[in-house]
Design a protein around this ligand. Structure first.
Ligand SMILES: [Zn+2]
Length: 434
């Protein structure tokens, strides 16, 4: 992986927050580092308040924005000393944490600070970069992933076991990071979740991320687990009627209309026809926050009823163990692997289906590399359920706004190149039709 840092481009971004915006966008530009709302970045600045008193402020990317397109306004200023005190509490519930983050924000009307804010706060470094890099996940999502990560990085990183993002993860890191860090420490690996780098300087922190990810890439290459080819798979030709039938059945299971996007590229078809697809695809996502877009597992083939009853069983098994009462989301799949259609992504908007497709393209890479390395192993479903039904994750989806009247529906407008037809097409688009 190459650094995309460019001094001439960076010079257009003023000040330490400007450089934070620039290097956050560089992270976002590489889909093998972060996908659609994943990952995060922050910077700590000393600023004076209206009384001339100096205070430390953490600027952390707010929930709901993408690193790739983040603006300075997308970074929320929060009181740093208070956040650090919060992380030292013995316990804090999610609603309390959200409330505290909200009340310690220094700009009225700013977006909600990320659920990973406390993690950024407890690290002493000025710049903190966090990604869900494919290469690091490929190494860590294996049966002996922790050992591999330790062998690969030595004391360059502090290794943190999987803990759900939020207060518990930050509190654990606040205790463990100072205990485990050495003079060589430049990052932290969050097993089955992602990787963090940090430094006093924006470029250094970003380039340390690139270095850590490159080390994982070279490690995979060395073990012949970097480019994993699938046998060539020829597409049988697009089966329009069958795709339409599938879309109808999935929409019925969801209880609302969903769009479907079929991709029969050799990679998707090859994976859908993989002799071990049932085992490889039914482990879980590459990193837990994908679940809000993709649901925990893809449907294999086209049996929507089987998928839905499997999903209901998964909900029943796991909701019993939850602290609060949970309400089941719709039981329809968001993706299917089919030997003829390839990857079929479902979503309420064309953008949503694109996100699902992107995520699964990267998931396939992570699965195949981990498998070549020593066996793909996803997080167990209890952890995935906790994220899927975590109110703070669902809030990311709600932040997308109200669902327009024709979401999930397809409008066919004849004569749409000009005049009334064009106006109709635009009106349908505004109301959410594809
Ligand atoms: Zn994360």
């Amino acid at each position: 992986m190459k650094s995309l840092w460019n001094d001439a481009e960076a010079a257009k971004f003023a000040g330490p927050l400007g450089l934070r915006v620039y290097s956050a966008r560089l992270l976002g530009r590489d889909r093998s580092l972060v996908l659609h709302g994943g990952g995060n970045a922050s910077v700590k600045l000393a600023e004076k308040n209206l009384f001339g008193e100096e205070r430390e402020v953490l600027y952390v990317k707010g929930s709901g924005s993408d690193l790739e397109s983040v603006e300075a306004e997308g970074f929320v200023p929060v009181r740093l000393d208070y956040l650090r005190r919060l992380a030292s509490l013995p316990a804090l519930s999610d609603p309390q944490m959200v409330n505290e983050l909200g009340t310690q924000t220094l700009l009225a009307g700013a977006p909600a600070p990320s659920v990973e804010t406390l993690l950024h706060a407890i690290l002493p470094h000025r710049y903190v970069d966090h990604t869900h890099a494919d290469a690091v996940l490929s190494v860590s999502n294996t049966p002996d992933g922790e050992k591999r990560i330790r062998d690969l990085y030595g004391d360059k990183v502090v290794v943190i076991p999987y803990i759900m993002a939020g207060f518990d993860l930050a509190a654990y890191c606040a205790r463990e990071f100072p205990r485990q860090r050495t003079r060589s420490t430049v990052g932290m690996v969050l097993l089955s979740h992602g990787v963090v780098s940090f430094a006093a300087d924006a470029r250094e922190s970003y380039e340390l991320m690139i270095e850590l990810v490159s080390m994982a890439e070279r490690y995979l290459e060395g073990k012949k687990a970097w480019s994993v080819d699938l046998p060539p798979a020829a597409a049988p030709g697009f089966k329009r009627l069958e795709a339409a039938r599938l879309r109808s059945e999935v929409s019925r299971a969801a209880g609302f209309p969903l769009l479907c996007r079929c991709n029969d590229s050799p990679r998707f078809l090859g994976f859908a026809r993989h002799p071990e697809v049932a085992r490889l695809s039914q482990g879980g996502p590459a990193t837990p926050d994908h679940v809000i877009w993709t649901k925990p597992l893809p449907m294999l083939g086209r049996n929507v009823n089987d998928f839905s009853s499997g999903y209901k069983n998964y909900f029943d098994r796991n909701s019993k163990k939850a602290k609060e009462q949970k309400t089941m989301l719709d039981p329809a799949p968001r993706m299917a692997l089919d030997p003829e259609l390839g990857l079929v992504a479902f979503g309420r908007t064309a953008r949503d289906t694109g996100i699902v497709e992107d995520i699964y393209a990267h998931t396939i890479d992570v699965i195949l590399r981990a498998e070549a390395l020593g066996g793909w192993r996803a997080l167990d479903e209890g952890h995935i359920f906790d994220i899927e039904y975590w109110d703070l994750e669902q809030a990311k989806l709600r932040a997308a706004g109200a669902i327009p009247a024709f979401a999930g529906e397809v409008a066919l407008v004849t004569g749409a190149a000009s005049g009334i037809g064009k106006a109709c097409a635009e009106a349908f688009l505004r109301r959410g039709a594809a």
